[in-house]
Design a binder for this molecule. Sequence first.
Ligand code: SF4
Ligand code: SF4
Length: 163
Amino acid sequence: MEEFLAQLPALAKDKHKSNKKFFSKLKKKPPKNLDVLMQELHDDEFERTDCLDCANCCKTTGPLFTNKDIERIAKFLKMKPQAFIDEYLRIDEENDYVLQQVPCTFLGHDNKCLIYDVRPKACAEFPHTDRKKFQQISHLTLKNVAICPAAYNIVEEMKKRLP
Ligand code: SF4
Ligand code: SF4
């Protein structure tokens, strides 16, 4: 996994042009079975890929924290929401709450999330490869393939299955 992670940004850069073309075609004419296909590709990939061997998303990028996320996590940590914000979050260019630093403060040395049961929705859903109408998040996926080995593999498989 480490070797793959080290190569991933360069691999994703190589594929960027073809991925962009592929997603632009997909957006114009998404196949009827896209939701079913994505669920299948996602499930197959995550049978092979163990996030505990990776944690690259937690190490290199952070999630957005919604107000609901903040309330839930603060309660779990027995903190007031504002105290949680002050200690861990900042507001980014798009006016969203994000982590003050990466790797995420809540990532354990064993790659386990210390707040797993109450983690932000964006963490639970990352890399979003099983979401419905996947063609709508192509701009996000183009970036995610450089971070997430599973997303990279899924997009490569998509291109084979939907030539
Ligand atoms: S979601 Fe992707 S980047 Fe995050 S730990 Fe799993 S495989 Fe790695
Ligand atoms: S909250 Fe947990 S799952 Fe989300 S980035 Fe931090 S360690 Fe990873």
